[in-house]
Design a binder for this molecule. Structure first.
Ligand SMILES: N[C@@H](CCC(=O)N[C@@H](CS)C(=O)NCC(=O)O)C(=O)O
Length: 209
């Protein structure tokens, strides 16, 4: 199994899944020049990371890779059983993280660092919202998470799952951008997640596999 990876990007999330499960994999660290090449774009049409290659399966989109791995190795316990009701909440939070929580974080990132390669909109077309408005948007989408995490350590039936990995990956970006309010449930949740040895290994650029 090979994971195409750039440090500090969304590629950390599937690597975190692999590390939690203790699977062996080859980490292929690429740079922006490589991802622009035609050969790489046979793996990912937009020249992005992550990409996972697993015995003939070539898959991109970080949340899809995380979900695929968690189901393929479901005995590792990172995804609820396929026929359980927990699955409903698992999907809810996985999609929430990617579709609802990530957009304001990504927008804030582009506001703070406007020339990132993944900021594909031409300058004139970038949204005219202020940083303050983006922060308010983010705080609003955090409300259901804060409500749940006030009484739970994890999102799905209080068990650690891949929904926490994807959500934690998004929140870690928010943390680094100083978007999280201290002393909130979400802040405590994130600190707890990033203390996990597998998260630390997923960010380790010296690690051997
Ligand atoms: N929705 C995609 C986004 C992929 C993406 O934008 N990856 C960024 C890193 S976080 C990337 O590869 N940027 C390099 C570039 O655009 O050249 C996912 O979750 O995998």
């Amino acid at each position: 199994m090979q994971l195409y990876y750039i440090p500090t990007t969304r590629a950390v999330r599937p690597r975190w899944v692999l590390e939690e499960m203790g699977l062996s994999y080859e980490l292929i660290t690429v740079d922006i020049e490589t991802t622009r090449q035609r050969d790489y774009q046979k793996l990912h049409p937009h020249g992005k990371v992550p990409v996972l290659v697993d015995e003939g399966v070539v898959i991109y989109e970080s949340s899809a890779i995380c979900s695929y791995l968690s189901d393929r190795y479901i005995d590792q316990g990172l995804a609820p059983a396929l026929d359980s009701s927990a699955r409903a909440y698992y999907y809810q939070w996985l999609f929430y993280a990617s579709v609802t929580l990530e957009p304001p974080v990504e927008q804030y990132l582009f506001q703070k660092i406007p020339n990132l390669p993944e900021n594909i909109l031409p300058e004139g077309k970038r949204k005219g919202t202020s940083e303050q408005e983006t922060l308010q948007w983010f705080q609003q989408v955090c409300e259901p998470l804060n409500d749940l995490l006030a009484n739970n350590d994890y999102l799905v039936q209080n068990q650690f799952t891949t929904a926490d990995i994807v959500t934690g990956g998004v929140l870690h970006w928010a943390f680094k951008l100083d978007m999280l309010q201290k002393e909130t449930p979400i802040y405590r949740y994130l600190i707890n997640l990033i203390e996990r040895p597998a998260f630390k290994r997923a960010n380790d650029q010296q690690a051997k596999h």
